[in-house]
Design a protein around this ligand. Structure first.
Ligand SMILES: Cc1cc2nc3c(=O)[nH]c(=O)nc-3n(C[C@H](O)[C@H](O)[C@H](O)COP(=O)(O)OP(=O)(O)OC[C@H]3O[C@@H](n4cnc5c(N)ncnc54)[C@H](O)[C@@H]3O)c2cc1C
Length: 389
């Protein structure tokens, strides 16, 4: 008789745990609360599914905040993610920045192939099954046929974080977990709110390229997009932690020029040019960058040195993270010190955790999905060891 593994949550972390355990010969059942699997994974594919980042492992690992992740990601990292996606027929390519996408860009063909691989491994996939709590190794699950007790030899929980709740990750599972093992959820990879003046109206939706920004000791370089609600885009997302603490972002509008070079350029005679034209001609400052500078600084200083200073350190105050449900990801969830090296809950033998429901942080750009797949594989493998020992 095969050992029975129960996986709670049918996102990337749960599906990877299920695949790993089924390949090890366990009889696997998945309980997914929503009517379909992988809803957030599909959403991630809407603007191009960035599966991982192809870069040197040290650099890759430096993007993560989570004590045990280095060991886990070394076992299953970018190369394994690419191999896994390629084997599913979702042939990947590496973009110029090292970001890895399936050639079709979307998540749906990959998810379809993955679910059919799980079917081939005889994984029993249940939807509209909402986990309520565990009683040792029996899960109490609300199903369309009523509340059921599902006994298992091992359980992997992968119920996600607490953003985009309509896709399933509503964080409600925390209500059935001992509060002492939880870190409160907070938004990460979040857009920010800012009340722009009407001068900025015509720049809404405009990207601001080649800009660097910092907040609370964190720095980031990348594109941002100005929106009616504030600022969106990869560049700002990775500063979530600093913005949460300070409510400020400092922009360097010309990160490739040092201050001396900016000062020298601005020191050229202005002639009859307006200051805007002078900035455009000497620094090639785009209209959106100039508007952002004026919005932040107000009247611009005429002195080249002072002007160079504000261009390199334009501080926008009064910014706040958007509500958590809008964030790309969350930090918080199961605390690392509640888990052992195998991702098993120390106080609940045989119950393992994976994915965003654990307290780790990383920027967008493939790092999130890689850690979800990686912890899913790690927890699944350890859970199989546990059940088969
Ligand atoms: C708009 C958007 C774009 C993104 N783009 C990228 C990207 O390009 N690259 C990247 O790396 N990451 C991206 N991400 C992040 C990535 O999608 C998530 O980090 C990842 O899906 C988390 O995987 P998970 O399996 O841990 O959780 P989830 O994907 O959230 O899955 C958890 C599952 O558990 C289920 N569940 C919850 N509670 C219960 C319960 N009580 N009983 C049973 N089931 C339950 C949920 O319904 C859900 O299906 C993006 C996210 C968003 C929102």
């Amino acid at each position: 008789m095969k050992k029975h593994a129960l996986v709670i949550g049918g996102g990337p972390a749960g599906l990877m745990a299920a695949e790993t355990m089924a390949q090890r010969g366990l009889r696997v059942t998945i309980a997914e609360a929503k009517p379909t699997f992988g809803r957030k994974f599909l959403m991630a594919g809407k603007s191009g599914l960035n599966l991982t980042k192809d870069e040197a492992i040290d650099r890759f690992l430096s993007n993560y905040d989570g004590p045990q992740l280095a060991q886990i990601l070394q076992a299953f990292g970018p190369q394994q993610v690419m191999d896994w996606a390629n084997a599913l027929g979702g042939e990947v390519f590496v973009g110029s920045s090292g970001r890895v996408f399936p050639k079709v860009m979307k998540a749906s063909p990959l998810l379809r192939a993955w679910l059919s691989r799980l079917d081939g491994l005889e994984v029993v996939r249940n939807v509209n099954w909402r986990w309520m709590r565990n009683d040792n190794l029996t899960a109490i699950v609300d199903t369309p046929d009523g509340v059921r007790n599902i006994a298992a030899d091992v359980i992997v929980m992968a119920m996600g974080g607490a953003s985009w709740s309509r896709l399933g990750a509503d964080g409600k599972w925390t209500q059935a977990i001992d509060a002492s093992v939880l870190v409160p959820f907070a938004p990460s990879n979040s857009a920010v709110s800012f009340a722009w003046s009407s001068h900025m109206d015509k720049f809404m939706g405009h990207p601001v390229k080649s800009i660097s920004m910092s907040s609370g000791g964190m720095t980031s370089q990348g594109e941002i997009v100005l929106s009616k609600k504030g600022i969106e885009g990869g560049g700002i997302y990775s500063l979530s932690c600093g913005i949460r603490e300070t409510g400020e972002v400092t922009f360097d509008l010309l990160p490739d020029w040092d201050r001396a070079k900016v000062t020298a350029a601005l020191s050229r005679p202005m002639g009859r040019n307006s200051l805007s034209n002078h900035l455009r001609k000497t620094l090639h400052l785009s209209p959106v960058k100039l508007a952002l500078l004026r919005e932040i600084v107000g009247d611009l200083p005429r002195d080249p040195k002072e002007l160079a200073h504000v261009i390199k350190t334009a501080k926008l105050s009064g910014v706040a993270l958007r509500p958590m449900d809008e964030a790309i990801s969350t930090v918080g969830g199961i605390a690392w010190d509640a888990l052992d090296d195998t991702l098993m809950l120390k106080r609940h033998q045989g119950v393992f955790c994976a994915g965003e429901m654990m307290d780790w942080d990383a920027p967008t750009g493939g790092y999130l999905l890689t850690a979800c797949l990686s912890t899913g594989a790690w927890a699944g493998s350890a859970a199989a060891d546990w059940a088969l020992k």
